[in-house]
Design a protein around this ligand. Structure first.
Ligand code: SF4
Length: 243
């Protein structure tokens, strides 16, 4: 879990807890469910993992090399899941202790963010990017909630994109990731839906990252209209870390 990752827009994944409950259509084919069931575990039970020291180790190395590294949190859960409420303060403390790591926290529960931020959050920890997932137009409200929360970087993940998002606004958003569903039973994504989001990003000056088309395997069809779109938000991490 907490090792090098194959998610194309990050370097590590950290899962201080694993297990989750489905909350919206994007969860239907959640790979965590399949993987946990293969291990004979109940994926709906949220449990602590033994990976809490991993970020500290990555931090030591990154600091020694004067580098900054990206860490995607909770690929096997949701950072703001209610079952993790008793552990989150401790997890925020790990984030505080790792200024050379940038934690990318992506949630399908943005309505729980504000009430579960640490007391010293202020205008947002410099090493935390906050994001939410939007799979259909019924969930663009998640972006509206997110844009009201102070954060160094706010991002949206439209993956798996299951329909067009005509009501999406990008003001207050720094980064938009778009991708089709991958894996067994993947649902289709019309490229016109992705194109519309790319045009919106270009018009609004928001970094656009096209991850993949809908396909049986991840990272398949990474081109959209003949080119890769791998933009990142405007963020100068080492300057921020040294403030
Ligand atoms: S919120 Fe994420 S981890 Fe939880 S069930 Fe949905 S897709 Fe899976």
């Amino acid at each position: 879990m907490s090792a090098a990752t194959n998610i194309s827009w990050t370097q590590h994944t950290w899962n201080p807890w694993r297990g989750c409950t489905r909350i919206s259509p994007g969860c239907k084919n959640c790979y965590m469910f399949t993987a946990q069931e293969r291990y004979g575990r109940d994926p709906r039970v949220v449990v602590r993992t033994k990976t809490w020291n991993d970020p500290i180790r990555w931090q030591r190395r990154a600091e020694k090399d004067s580098k900054q590294e990206m860490v995607f949190t909770c690929s096997w859960s949701d950072w703001f899941h209610e079952a993790a409420d008793t552990w989150r303060e401790e997890a925020w403390d790990v984030v505080r202790r790792c200024p050379n790591l940038v934690f990318q926290i992506l949630t399908k529960r943005p309505d729980r963010i504000e009430s579960h931020l640490p007391v010293d959050w202020g205008s947002g920890f410099p090493n935390v990017w906050l994001g939410t997932s939007i799979e259909t137009n019924d969930y663009v409200w998640r972006a509206d909630v997110l844009r009201g929360i102070p954060a160094s970087i706010r991002f949206l993940s439209a993956e798996p994109l299951l329909g067009p998002l005509p009501d999406l606004r990008l003001d207050g958003i720094d980064w938009l990731i778009v991708g089709g569903e991958s894996g067994p039973g993947f649902r289709p994504m019309d490229h016109s839906w992705a194109r519309q989001l790319r045009e919106l990003s270009l018009a609004e000056g928001v970094a656009f990252f096209y991850k993949q088309s809908a396909a049986p395997r991840s990272e398949t069809g990474t081109y959209l209209d003949g080119r890769q779109w791998r933009e990142y938000p405007n963020y100068t991490p080492l300057e921020v870390v040294s403030r």
